[in-house]
Design a protein around this ligand. Structure first.
Ligand SMILES: [Zn+2]
Length: 90
């Protein structure tokens, strides 16, 4: 599993409060819904704080080199990371 998924799931990227979906952010970004975790993130190769997905805008079945998997595969890995994290919670 990609380490960034686990880091994100564990909150290692920290938190940030984003404005509503569709709002421009920091000049280069727009707030979007993450294709993996369905939470708010940014487009333009930003890394989602919740799941670690680097948004590259490719369609569902495209292999994303930046993320080392397709969206579908990454979603599975994300689910797995959530499960594992639960297992480790004290
Ligand atoms: Zn996400």
């Amino acid at each position: 599993m990609k380490e960034s998924i686990y880091a994100a799931v564990c909150g290692e990227y920290g938190k940030r409060v984003l404005p509503p979906v569709g709002t421009a952010y920091d000049e280069d970004y727009t707030v979007i819904v993450c294709p993996i975790c369905q939470r708010k993130t940014l487009d333009n190769y930003d890394i989602c704080r919740h799941c670690g997905w680097e948004y590259d805008g490719f369609p569902e079945d495209h292999y994303s080199a930046a993320n080392g998997s397709t969206l579908a595969d990454y979603r599975e890995q994300y689910k797995q990371a959530l499960k594992e994290r639960k297992g480790h919670d004290v």
